[in-house]
Ligand binder design. Sequence first.
Ligand SMILES: C[S@@+](CC[C@H](N)C(=O)[O-])C[C@H]1O[C@@H](n2cnc3c(N)ncnc32)[C@H](O)[C@@H]1O
Length: 270
Amino acid sequence: MTTSRSAGVPRSLAAGGISPACADLQLVNVRAARPVPGSPQLTLGCRPRKLTTVPEVAITSADATPAILSEFLSEDEPLLSARRNAEHAGGAVPVAPITGAALRFLAAAIGARSVVEIGTGCGTSGIWLLRGMRAGSVFTSVDVEPAHHRLARAAFTAAGFPAGRYRLISGRALEVLPRLADGAYDLVFCDADKREYPEYLAGALRLLRPGGIVAFDNAIWPDDSANPAHRDPDTAAIGQLRQQISADEDLIPLLLPIGGGLLAAVKRSG
Ligand SMILES: C[S@@+](CC[C@H](N)C(=O)[O-])C[C@H]1O[C@@H](n2cnc3c(N)ncnc32)[C@H](O)[C@@H]1O
């Protein structure tokens, strides 16, 4: 699996995008939460001799998975071109294809008409989100780098989205978010400065309508330090975000081990 690093964080760029933290295989009976009878006893780090098709078996990850996902989730030219641009530009590592597909799915599932993205990069996640949103809807994306916005605009045009379908706002997220309307958005996707994630959450919850979704990429951050007091600021902020989301009774959370880790939550009430 190919991985890349941005701000010290591995993000899978292989088409599968399974989190490197989950690169081994386990077979479990999801309902019973115990090993599947008759299947090989698998532990983390062991390779299976053979995969058995058993009802209600979850393959949480496997070495074979990236190839299958790669075939299932192949990206078209506008996405590949946005990805290449990001590599040249630097400082804008795109979401993994599987994360993009999950974002597109979430936007489509809630019939999103208005989405805010924090961290446009060169437009990869934006194309995925726009493809899940309703026809005629408007995508708003914030980035501090005008050069990234120029590339994102070109990517959206190449993907067939006219200028009226998106709004690119230049500036620091924490300065731009207060200018956006309360309760007016269906989905907020955060993928910018990890140290600001807890503050993005507060801003996103203000922007979302009841039933709206907030999502964060890179929510499974490698924790290199055994001592919490010595954690780097990114790791600490992401840990704080996970705690905030899991402790908030007004949120229905979901943490998926895909790409850099996708943490999403539905906001129940107003
Ligand atoms: C990981 S990249 C986003 C990648 C993008 N979501 C994609 O999939 O193509 C992070 C982006 O956030 C921007 N950024 C970093 N800090 C920011 C901040 N405080 N406010 C707004 N944008 C920021 C960077 O310029 C960069 O383009």
